[in-house]
Design a binder for this molecule. Sequence first.
Ligand code: FAD
Ligand code: FES
Length: 380
Amino acid sequence: MVVGFREFRVADKVAESDIITSFYLEPTDGAPVWEVKPGQYLTLRMPGDGDPVLKTYSVSCDPSETRHHRITVKREAGLNGAPDGVGSCWLHDQVEVGQIIDIAAPRGAFVLDESSNRPVLLLSGGVGLTPMVSMLHRLRDSGRDVYFLHACENGRVHALRDEVLACVNDRIRARFVYRTPDEADRAAQSFDAQGVIDKAFLQNNLPVDDYEVYLCGPTPFMVAMYQLLQDVGVPKGRIAYEFFGKAKSLDQLLVKPDIRKAASRAAPTIQALTFLTDPDAWAAADEGAKHTGTPSQGEVTFRKSNTSAEWDGFAGSLLELAENAGLNPEFSCRSGICNSCKCTLVSGTVEYFEEPLIQPEEGQVLICCSRPKGAVVLDI
Ligand SMILES: Cc1cc2nc3c(=O)[nH]c(=O)nc-3n(C[C@H](O)[C@H](O)[C@H](O)COP(=O)(O)OP(=O)(O)OC[C@H]3O[C@@H](n4cnc5c(N)ncnc54)[C@H](O)[C@@H]3O)c2cc1C
Ligand code: FES
């Protein structure tokens, strides 16, 4: 068995839409499944071109489920001649019931705050609904008001619709917005509004309340929603979000004109988005925003590059700080799993906000999941 991983058998494989499939995963050791916080993800080890690749998928089932974990995966077909997505297409095309997969324990800080009594807005685009469905299950018996708002192209790509509707009651509402509904959607009245989620939609549909918002979807969708939520009066500090793609902080993206432009085209791009990796991307470092940790001060020196940067708390990790400084360090998972970002810590001390799956050797550090404690020198 691979260190840090546990074997699971695919107990069921269920098509949820034309492009999204669920995999039910049971541990082969007969022991109970892991404890999962609503919103967390699993890391799957899969065959790649050469070495195995690691891919992360949010747990999409009721987190209290004891017999299995479930992940729900969009097939990332290559567009315009690009190769198909390695992990998602392997799962869709090669994996059948009975397959054994190595999986690492649940991780991630994008989790439902269960200590709160506030009403909750679960806002998702495309396959970004997976952590929301897990949260929705947990919220069913919480006594909190819940508004589940989901945007996608149409019923052909809409996953887990019936499961979400089964959770609806006098406190839990669900609304679906389709950009391009087809005849079948119209006949079945399977959506609540056509087009994109805009200010008018929120003002007309979302009851005024003191929401905590959980947001996940393609990056342009998230940028657009992050702005929109603030336009209708939701404070940043109440918006937690997770990227399924490579990104940093929504506040940083909001000030980049190219991304703002992309956001204005959010809906058409929803299905075409490339999902890479960047878990745990909360609204970091803004005053009043939810935070993965307290920033410390200190200069970070990238010795090989002859560059330095002040740790000001706006970067989520040392990796992000290096990228913001114009460097391109190696990375893959961005969550302490793959060790691709390992480098030598020449001097100083770092702390991990996400514990590495496998601890690096003495004098080495994973920069994707750590931040400096005071001044540090890295051999980058
Ligand atoms: C915390 C977290 C949770 C996640 N949860 C989910 C989830 O619940 N469900 C889900 O479906 N996904 C989820 N993801 C995304 C998932 O981890 C993968 O990133 C996703 O499945 C794509 O991986 P892949 O190996 O299939 O694609 P990759 O091989 O990584 O490729 C990504 C895309 O790039 C395109 N591409 C590849 N090579 C090229 C090239 N040379 N030129 C142009 N395009 C190219 C591919 O066609 C594909 O569309 C999550 C990600 C994170 C970080
Ligand atoms: S990028 Fe994978 S451990 Fe840092």
